[in-house]
Design a protein around this ligand. Structure first.
Ligand code: PLP
Length: 463
């Protein structure tokens, strides 16, 4: 057994630098010890604690995933009970476990109308890979092999695999990886604050986005476009709610050209907008829904694809013609993760977290706006449900952005951390993101707002 018994020994820090390849990390600086590392050991409610005893209010819920908060005993017990009973059995060829079947039923009961079945995976990325394969399979079954291209948006985030990293519309996830791959196209980001033509109203900008989409479909040929993939509101691309009227206009274009709608609800699924799904919030009619994060509140890795009745019928027809579907993961619907999912969804109901989102989410955004909207560095305070963002600008009147090397948002996020609050410097642009656990209280929201204001003032003074 390795010895890492006390908070003062630094074996783990050294081993971390020497052996651990961290995701989304500056590898050289980490290995050389130039950037801080953090070994997190515990969590309770909205707080995490590290090995050095530092406690932080996690206003990003891990990676917008610890929706019920840290330290929930009922979920830990459910995982442990299932581990004692049956840690694993696969789901191939009609097998299953009690919690995986129960969870499938619970998900469909909560899903928007018209949804029929759930395929379980482990991550948002693999679920979006499943989506693409199902879309291609369906169009092959329907005898339209040309209809295969998929349109996503610039600034969309759909994962970091090969196809899902291609769907993602952020340069940092493409560069040096030879992405995006062939059949993926990107259309206009519905990002009103950054619109090129500042004379447009929100409705006009939404018309513009729909027109750009239609132009792309016509230029490529409608018979080649299979699906459109989008998050209800842009997440990692900047936490940006769509402009008024966006989704009805986009859905009209998709219907006109018989293009499937995949709604990526990895962030918005299970309550983040105060409704069970973002599709309910925006009135979307998805053919496929991607779920992950909030499905288990990250107590165990689990994702899923919710398939509409319309597509399910075609999949059934496909298996009658071609045999069992050749798609699955060893850990699809892993019993421990499914047990976590069942306990997590029960907890969301018991604590009425959706009501808390509807109350505390607007309170958090209102308090952020009140504290910051007049600050010369703050271009916009925005969000929806329990999601918020503060976008920083160099010149407010002319909407001039900082040059990326200034790393202004990274500096604000680290100044916040010094004040005991975790927010996320979003990867593209100077945007501070907030996605706290759905159980955040007003008092905790006040702490977040205070730290944000102080941090912005400290960084502004240093510029
Ligand atoms: N889709 C969305 C909307 C996401 O926000 C994410 C992750 O942040 C993913 C997909 C990918 O999920 P994962 O990191 O579990 O692969």
């Amino acid at each position: 057994m390795l010895d890492h018994s006390g908070p003062t020994d630094n074996h783990l820090h050294a081993w971390d630098r020497d052996h651990f390849f961290h995701p989304s990390t500056h590898m050289a600086q980490h290995a050389r010890g130039e950037t801080p590392n953090r070994i997190v050991t515990g969590g309770e409610g909205v707080y995490i604690v590290d090995r050095d005893g530092r406690r932080s209010l996690d206003a990003f819920g891990g990676l917008y995933c610890v929706n019920v908060g840290y330290g929930r005993k009922s979920i830990a017990d459910a995982i442990a009970d299932q581990a004692h009973k049956l840690a694993y059995y696969h789901a191939y060829a009609g097998h299953g476990s009690e919690p995986s079947i129960e969870l499938a039923k619970m998900v469909i009961d909560r899903a928007p109308k018209g949804m029929s079945r759930v395929f379980f995976g482990l991550s948002g990325s693999d679920a979006n890979e499943t989506n693409i394969k199902l879309i291609w399979y369906v169009n092959n079954v329907l005898g339209r092999p040309e209809k295969k291209k998929i349109i996503s948006r610039w600034r969309g985030y759909h994962g970091s695999g090969l196809m899902t990293g291609s769907l993602t519309g952020l340069a940092g996830f493409h560069n040096l990886f030879d992405l995006p791959l062939g059949p993926i196209l990107h259309t206009e980001a519905p990002y009103y604050f950054r619109r090129a033509d500042r004379s447009l109203t929100e409705e006009q900008f939404a018309d513009f986005c729909a027109a750009r989409l239609e132009e792309m479909i016509l230029a490529e040929g409608p018979d080649t476009i299979a699906a459109f993939v989008g998050e209800p509101l842009l997440g990692t691309g900047g936490i940006v709610p769509p402009p008024a009227g966006y989704w009805p206009k986009i859905q009209a274009v998709l219907k006109k050209y018989d293009i499937l709608l995949v709604v990526d609800e990895v962030i918005t699924g299970f309550g983040r907008l105060g409704t069970m799904f973002g599709s309910d919030f925006y009135g979307l009619e998805p053919d496929l829904i991607t779920i992950a994060k909030g499905l288990t509140s990250a107590y165990a890795p689990l994702s899923g694809v919710i398939v509409s009745e319309k597509l399910w019928k075609i999949l059934v027809e496909g298996s009658d013609k071609f045999g069992p579907i050749g798609h699955g993961w060893t850990y699809s619907s892993h019993p421990l993760c499914a047990a976590a999912g069942v306990a997590n969804l029960q907890l969301i109901d018991e604590l009425d977290l959706l009501a808390n989102v509807r109350e505390v989410g607007p309170y958090l955004r209102g308090a952020l706006a009140e504290a910051l909207a007049d600050h010369p560095l703050v271009g916009e305070v925005r969000g929806e449900g329990m999601l918020a963002a503060v976008e920083l600008v160099k010149d407010k009147a002319d909407r001039v952005f900082f040059d990326p090397p200034n790393k202004v948002s990274v500096r604000v996020a680290s100044a916040m951390l010094e004040r005991g609050v975790i927010a996320r410097a979003m990867p593209q642009g100077d945007i501070i993101g907030f996605a706290p656990p759905l159980c955040l209280t007003r008092e905790e929201a006040d702490i977040v707002v205070d730290a944000t204001r102080q941090a912005i003032e400290a960084v502004a003074a240093s510029l």
